[in-house]
Design a protein around this ligand. Structure first.
Ligand code: HSE
Length: 312
């Protein structure tokens, strides 16, 4: 029996106004997805999971959907075992299901030598997102597969990316609050169906600042674009004290902050050449703590995408 192990990073999507379009791949944490297969007369798929609960586990749902989609398309008849070694917290807006989906797509491609382009890998990985959240959004999977800052164009599917500016640090703070099962689906149900033209203009202007900031390597410009007058106002009720925590991040020196994907984590962007990321982290966690909310938090950077870790 051969095996391929892929590691795929967490990601933080939207960056304010770039709903379903923008994401950054994080340096860490990274899930590790192991695929083993052996000859068989029929297709047998088994899904395993370490670190956490398998019951209602969106990573397992996502990984299963991707392995089935690829195996069906390429008429693969094998006994396939997939194990998701989970290190990315599930259901907190850090692209855990995306990392599992990407990891499986990359592992299947390598193991069965399918020659898939990055766009085709994304088109299979998105089936995992659909199974986990009921929506085919490509932002997290693009961040996890390709790393850096990614901009997704859906039809036809294409992505373009930029590396992070020098010194750009990322602070992630996750409040310990109860959220519905299938949280992303719930968070998407809160969104407005129609937009006011003025808000569309404001969001395009904000998104343009983010892109221009990455193009120029200017962390302050990126930070100044990390706002959103459409999605965040609808979702922030899910996150108690959101405005206050965001303000505390800015006062402690962050260039900007946003709800990470569908939340409830917050991501702050910090120019570490000018401000201390740990100070931003402390300000945000203390602000939540003041209101009785415990948090988990870490400091990282934008990182590279999924990669083959082991092949035997
Ligand atoms: N763009 C998606 C959303 C990301 O905001 O629903 C989910 O992580």
């Amino acid at each position: 029996m051969r095996r391929v192990v892929v590691d795929a990073p967490a990601s933080s999507a939207n960056l304010g106004s770039g709903f379903d379009v923008f994401a950054i791949g994080l340096r860490d944490p990274r899930d590790s997805i192991e695929l083993r297969a052996s000859e068989s007369q029929e297709r047998i798929i088994s899904l395993n999971y370490t670190n956490g609960y398998a019951f209602l586990n969106s990573d397992i749902t996502a990984a299963g959907a991707v392995v089935k989609a690829v195996a069906k398309e390429f008429e693969i008849k094998s006994k396939i075992d997939v194990t998701v070694n989970n290190r990315i917290p599930i259901g907190v807006g850090l692209g855990s299901s995306a990392a599992s989906s990407v990891g499986v797509a990359v592992a299947m491609n390598r193991f069965f030598d399918l020659g898939l382009t990055e766009e085709r890998l994304l088109s299979y990985a998105v089936e995992g997102e659909f199974a986990a959240s009921g929506a085919r959004h490509y932002d997290n999977i693009a961040g996890s597969l390709q790393g850096g800052f990614r901009i997704v164009h859906q039809d036809p599917l294409k992505t373009v990316g930029f590396p992070p500016p020098n010194g750009m640090a990322i602070v992630v703070v996750t409040p310990g609050i109860e959220l519905p099962v299938r949280k992303t689906e719930y968070a998407r149900s809160l969104l407005p169906k129609n937009l006011e033209l003025g808000n569309l203009t404001k969001n395009i202007s904000l998104a343009s600042r983010v892109v221009a900031g990455f193009a120029k390597g200017d962390v302050a410009m990126i930070g100044s674009g990390l706002g959103d007058v459409v999605i965040e106002p609808a979702r922030k009720a899910m996150i108690p004290w959101f405005d206050e925590v965001k303000s505390s991040a800015l006062e402690a020196g962050a260039a900007g902050a946003f709800i990470s994907g569908a939340g409830p984590s917050l991501t702050a962007v910090v120019d570490s050449l000018l401000s201390e990321p740990r100070r931003v982290r402390k300000a945000m966690t203390e602000c939540f703590a003041k209101h009785g909310i415990l948090t988990k938090s870490f400091v990282t950077t934008v990182g590279g995408g999924a990669r083959i870790a082991t092949e035997q």
